[in-house]
Design a protein. Structure first.
Length: 217
């Protein structure tokens, strides 16, 4: 057996995890007391990042949105928070929300603040939220996206095991099975493409700051 702790073990222990550039983060479950942490993280998102995630200019989060994002039961609604080990600031979050009509399916979201993008943190958070979903009996992740050109359609043609379950006026809803270990390759690619300007991806809150189902951000 390997003596190197797994990501799950590091999260459980609260131990620091090194990203590919050497920066270190800690990951823990979200809490009801994370209101200030959430708001500070939102403030560190650039206008461009907010627009790409919310598909509209969003200046602030409403109180109802903040409540929705912090009232987590760790079963049907889970959030895993990434913290900068040096400062303790929130720098990323991965979240799933279970579909009440299909208990084995959940919508998933991953958000990383601008300063920490491109370091592998999004993939790490996706790995952790996938493990939590498996532990709670979820077998598939769902995401709703808005494609503004052919980039997304071309991507879906290349990805294996991605099921397009709905297309409506440019919206594309997909489902991806969660593997027994690690992260679905399809979701890795979707998150990488979603960081570019070619596509928009529905976020966890609507343009006016109200609550919305989860999705890849």
């Amino acid at each position: 057996m390997s003596s190197i702790p797994s990501t799950d073990e590091l999260v459980t222990l609260g131990a620091p995890i090194a990203l590919r550039d050497g920066s270190r983060v800690r990951i823990r479950q979200g809490r009801r007391t994370d209101r200030k942490l959430l708001l500070r993280g939102f403030e560190r998102l650039s206008p461009q990042s907010r627009y790409r995630r919310f598909l509209a200019p969003v200046q602030e989060l409403s109180e109802s949105a903040v409540r929705y994002l912090t009232e987590i039961d760790h079963h049907d609604h889970e959030a895993m928070i990434a913290l900068d080990e040096q400062t303790g600031d929130g720098i990323g979050v991965a979240r799933y929300v279970r579909d009440p009509n299909r208990p084995d399916v959940a919508e998933v979201a991953v958000t990383v603040i601008d300063d920490w993008q491109g370091k592998g943190l999004g993939t790490l958070l996706l790995e952790v939220i996938s493990a939590r979903a498996r532990a709670e009996g979820i077998t598939r992740f769902r995401a709703l996206m808005l494609a503004t050109n052919t980039t997304m359609m071309d991507l879906f043609e290349e990805l294996d095991r991605v099921q397009i379950i709905d297309r409506d006026l440019g919206r594309v809803e997909i489902e991806v099975p969660i593997p027994s270990v690690g992260v679905a390759p399809a979701l890795r690619k979707v998150i990488r493409i979603a960081a570019q300007d070619e596509i928009g991806v529905r976020s966890l809150v609507t343009a006016d700051g109200g609550a919305s189902p989860a999705a890849v951000e």
